[in-house]
Design a protein around this ligand. Structure first.
Ligand code: ADP
Ligand code: MG
Length: 351
C-alpha cells in the first residue's frame, strides 16, 4: 500500500533520512524502531508530505505522492501528546474531521459513539479534555485520528508520554484497535516494547537508515548486528574466541558470527563447593561471582567464566551469594542469538 524507494530527506545537506526503502501492506502495522535523533519523525513527516524529499519516491497504492499535498493524502497523524482541542468535548474532538467532511449530525453521532466504544471510552462523550488522564487523552486522540477513516495512520511515539504500566496496557489496546478497525499504520518509536506490542513488522532505524526489517518476532530473535542486538535489549555481545568458547561449553552448535545474550540467558546456581542448604548444585559451566545484587524477581549477577569473560546472569529469587564464590551457570539457548558475520560496534568480549 505504502512504498518508499530510496527516500532521502536532508537538512542543510546532511541526510536525516537516508535512502530508506520500506513498504507497508494493506491492513498491516509497521513499526520503525530507533534511538532518539535517528530520523524517525522526519521519515513520518516526509510520508505525511510535511518534508520534501531530496531523493527517492514515496508511493501509495502505486501512485507517486510527490505532487499530492498533505491534506489530499488521506493520512492521519497522531503525536505523542495527542493535541486535542481543549475547548471541545470529547465527542466534538472525535467528530471534528467528519464535520469538516460534511457528514450529517446523525451519522457523526453514531460514528463517534462507535469509536468511543472501540477505544474504551463509552461514557466520555461530554467530558472536556482537561478532565481526562493522559491515557484517556491518547485514546481520544486515537479515536479522532480514526474518525476520518485514513487510508494510512501515522503514529509518532503515541504512547511515550505515558507511564510504564499504562503504556503497556495501552499498547495492547492500540494493537487491538488497529486490527479491529482494519487500519494500515506506520508507527515510529524508540521504545522496543511499544514496537513489539503493536506491530506486525519491525524496521530498525539507525542514523537515518533502515538496518533491518522483517516480521517482529524474526527481528527480535535474529538481530542483524551487534548494535541492533544491544538496541533490541540484548545485554551483551561476545565475539571471537569468547563466543566460540561459550557455545562449546553450553553444548550449542558452533557458529561463525558473534553471540548476543539477553539478560535472562545465563542462569546461575550454587557451585559444587557450596554447603548444604544452599540448594543442589546443577550441571553447568563453572563460574565465579563478580557481583551480586538482589532484585524482587531474581538476583542479578555478573559472573566470570574462564575463556568467555564476564556475563550477566540471574539467580533464583531469595538466593544470595557473595562475590568471589564459585557457582555454576547454564545458558538458555532461546535467549541467545547468533549474529551473522563478525560483530561491529561495542562488543563485550573477553578482556
Ligand atoms: P527522531 O524522531 O528519530 O528523534 P528526528 O527525525 O526528529 O529524529 O531528527 C533527525 C535528525 O534531523 C536530528 O539530527 C535532528 O536534529 C534533525 N532535524 C530534524 N528536524 C530538523 C529541522 N527542521 N531542521 C534541521 N534539522 C532537523
Ligand atoms: Mg521523533
Amino acid at each position: 500500500m505504502l512504498d518508499l524507494q530510496g527516500a532521502t530527506v536532508t537538512f542543510d545537506g546532511t541526510p536525516a533520512v537516508d535512502d530508506v526503502r520500506l513498504s507497508v501492506a494493506d491492513g498491516d502495522v509497521l513499526a520503525v524502531l530507533g534511538p532518539s535523533g535517528c530520523g524517525k519523525s522526519t521519515l513520518l513527516r516526509a510520508v505525511a508530505g510535511l518534508e520534501p524529499l531530496a531523493a527517492g519516491r514515496i508511493a501509495c497504492d502505486g501512485a507517486d505522492l510527490a505532487g499530492t499535498p498533505t491534506h489530499r493524502r488521506g493520512f492521519a497523524l497522531m503525536f505523542q501528546d495527542g493535541q486535542l482541542f481543549d475547548h471541545l468535548t470529547v465527542a466534538r474532538n472525535v467528530g471534528y474531521a467528519r464535520r469538516l467532511q460534511g457528514a450529517s449530525r446523525a451519522d457523526i453521532r453514531t460514528e463517534v459513539a462507535a469509536l468511543l466504544d472501540l477505544v474504551g471510552l463509552g461514557g466520555y462523550a461530554d467530558r472536556l479534555p482537561r478532565t481526562l488522564s493522559g491515557g484517556e487523552r491518547q485514546r481520544v486522540a486515537l479515536a479522532r485520528s480514526l474518525a476520518a477513516r485514513p487510508r494510512l495512520l501515522l503514529l509518532d511515539e503515541p504512547l511515550s508520554a505515558l507511564d510504564t504500566g499504562l503504556r503497556g496496557r495501552l499498547a495492547a489496546d492500540l494493537r487491538r484497535i488497529l486490527v479491529e478497525s482494519g487500519t494500515t499504520a506506520l508507527l515510529v518509536t524508540h521504545d522496543q516494547e511499544e514496537a513489539f506490542a503493536v506491530a506486525d513488522r519491525l524496521a530498525v532505524m539507525r542514523a537515518g537508515r533502515i538496518v533491518q526489517e522483517g516480521p517482529t518476532g524474526d527481528v527480535w530473535a535474529h538481530p542483524a548486528d551487534a548494535d541492533t542486538a544491544l538496541f533490541l535489549g540484548y545485554g551483551r555481545v561476545l565475539d571471537g574466541a569468547a563466543a566460540a568458547t561459550l557455545l562449546r561449553r553450553a553444548g550449542l552448535p558452533p557458529a561463525a558470527g558473534a553471540v548476543a545474550l539477553r539478560p535472562s540467558a545465563v542462569l546461575a546456581g550454587p557451585g559444587p563447593g557450596s554447603g548444604p542448604g544452599e540448594g543442589t548444585p546443577g550441571d553447568g559451566i563453572p563460574a565465579v561471582v563478580r557481583s551480586f545484587r538482589p532484585a524482587p524477581d531474581a538476583g542479578r549477577l555478573v559472573v566470570s567464566v574462564e575463556g568467555v569473560g564476564d556475563l550477566d546472569a540471574i539467580g533464583a529469587p531469595g538466593w544470595v551469594v557473595e562475590p568471589g564464590r564459585p557457582v555454576v551457570v547454564r545458558v538458555e539457548a532461546h535467549a541467545i542469538a547468533v549474529l551473522p558475520g563478525a560483530a561491529t560496534g561495542p562488543a563485550g568480549g573477553a578482556p
